[in-house]
Design a protein around this ligand. Sequence first.
Ligand code: PEP
Length: 248
Amino acid sequence: MRKPFISANWKMNKTVGETGEFINSFLPMVKDVTDVDMLIAPPFTSLHAASRLLKDTGVKLGAQNVFYEEKGAFTGEISPAMLLSAGCSCVIIGHSERRQYFMETDEIVNRKIKTARENGLEVILCIGESLNEREENRTFEVLDRQLSGSLKDINLDAMTIAYEPIWAIGTGKTATKEQANEAHAYIRGWLKKNREGADTLRILYGGSVTPENVAALMSEPEVDGALVGGASLKPDSFAKIVKGARKQ
Ligand code: PEP
């Protein structure tokens, strides 16, 4: 059985001080949780402070982005080695906001995954269709294109996939558990056909996950966890999501 995995994506929220306040209040709430893997992805500026507070706890630290070169004249970018030195073990790559606002293509996502993995970082790869694409019945075609482009020449070691339908991100409009399960099953089917190790890879759902809807989503066989934006910004709400993710 795949262990549930709940990850917080804070996006461009929280200063260093606010990060510390969150972690100090969140950790006691989840101190007895051993049956769910947890990860927090704060902004770059909070990573080092967060890593000190999360040391020797069950909560892993992730970054929200990384660059595909190792070092050099790339003003404003952050390398995998920098993330590791700040205490990260994982990085989110290909989030739809990065694809939309920063023109990240599947080719760029692919390069980022390669460099991150070569440096020993785990990767959460985000994929998902827009509302238009769903309404035109092109969801599977989009997933197919994103999987083959983003995972070109990449095996499934240290990988997690997050299925995040763009129309559900930050909108309060969650995919139904059936819609999530159907997309996850399609993704796992694609991976089984094209890669080794698809049975143990975890597929997270992302898109307006809350303490109220997490248990229903997790009741689906193909939903192994969640990538949570808005509802991960408050310690009690995120702790409730972690606890609600336990498989019954
Ligand atoms: C996300 O940012 O990955 C996300 C799913 O956001 P939200 O939970 O706010 O929809």
